[in-house]
Design a protein around this ligand. Structure first.
Ligand code: SF4
Ligand code: SF4
Length: 329
């Protein structure tokens, strides 16, 4: 559905050209033409395989090819095409950093846009779970949350909600950190091959307070159980995303003039907060991240204190409950 391209420039040494999605055109939702385009692009990717470590979409595609009777894309069942689409979470990395065939190359390949189109077709067909429908409909969620009985129920569960959020977000942070601490240790030579497993469990104990349930040893390779280790996928982005999420929330709550503790602050229906977020998102991936961060928060450095602010009531409550006890490891 993208416009034709100007010429063949393999190597992606220049910035890719991104053509707008033609999403108002009925042809955009034509399943037959979508499948033709999916087959064309899957075939190029099968011949290239450069993105195999980026996400689960590509290994899924290559496994489908390798297990097909013809060992080519034409041997994949059409209904299995969706398996590749389902794994794409639209991070844009394959377009921005990897693919030599993005426009202006004549092959005109924009894998994330094609995945987005496929998801739109699936959505329009109604072939989507209620859960996903609700989660992507932010207006509906906002309206539901505004119904008085829902408000009362949500307010009543607020005390436990912040605890649930902490279990999700705070407990993730040490885990998010150790993956790359271990990878960087391996890459720098600080962790040698004869201590891969021992170093892994030392980091887990130090940062997470987690010990193995049974004796381990160097004949085992426990870090390999985390996909990002054998897949050679950097993990720091997930760790930093959690920090930035709270920093963004604190800034937006301030812009929206939200009152009360940070964990209850809502920016729902705040045009000022929406405009600020929009302005930052419009900067895209090409601006230095401190500029984008500054556009939204006024700060040029990441700041984890927003997490402390958000969970301050919980921290106070835990301090009271645990007074006189020795906690930690
Ligand atoms: S945009 Fe989709 S297919 Fe491309 S790397 Fe990200 S998740 Fe994978
Ligand atoms: S998106 Fe581009 S770089 Fe990635 S596997 Fe496909 S053709 Fe290769």
């Amino acid at each position: 559905m993208s416009a034709p391209t100007e010429g063949k420039r393999e190597g992606s040494l220049q910035a890719p050209t991104r053509h707008p999605l033609d999403w108002k055109n009925p042809e955009f939702y034509n399943e037959e033409s979508l499948f033709k385009e999916l087959e064309r692009v899957y075939d190029i990717c099968h011949g290239c395989r450069r993105c195999v470590s980026l996400c689960q979409s590509f290994p899924t595609l290559f496994d489908l090819v390798d297990e097909s009777p013809t060992l080519e894309v034409d041997g994949i069942k059409k209904e299995d095409y969706w398996k590749v689409v389902d794994h794409c979470y639209l991070c844009d990395l394959c377009f921005m950093t990897k693919c030599p065939y993005v426009p202006p190359h004549e092959w005109n390949l924009d894998f994330p846009h094609l995945m987005l189109r496929a998801k739109a077709v699936k959505y329009q067909k109604g072939d989507i779970k209620l859960r996903d429908r609700l989660l992507t409909s932010t207006d509906t969620v906002g309206k539901l949350a505004g119904i008085p009985i829902v408000v009362q129920t949500v307010n009543a569960s607020n005390k436990t909600k912040v605890l649930r959020t902490a279990l999700d977000k705070v407990a993730f942070l040490p885990f998010g950190l150790i993956i790359d601490k271990w990878r960087w240790g391996v890459f720098s030579g600080e962790i040698s091959p004869d201590e891969y497993n021992r170093a892994w469990w030392e980091l887990k104990l130090r940062y997470q307070g987690v010990a193995p349930p049974s004796p381990r040893g160097e004949k085992l390779f426990d870090p390999g159980a985390k996909y990002h280790v054998p897949g050679n996928t950097p993990y720091m982005r997930y760790f930093l995303a959690d920090i930035l999420q709270f920093q963004f929330h604190r800034a937006l709550a301030g812009i929206a003039g939200a009152e009360g503790p940070l964990h209850r602050a809502s920016i729902y229906e705040s045009q000022a907060a929406g405009a600020k977020l929009d302005a930052m998102m419009r900067m895209g991936l090409r601006q230095p991240w401190p500029d984008a961060l500054e556009a939204l928060t006024g700060e040029r450095e990441m700041d984890a204190t927003a997490i402390l602010d958000y969970f301050a009531p919980l921290a106070r409550w835990l301090d009271e409950r645990n007074a006189g006890r020795t906690c930690g490891w």
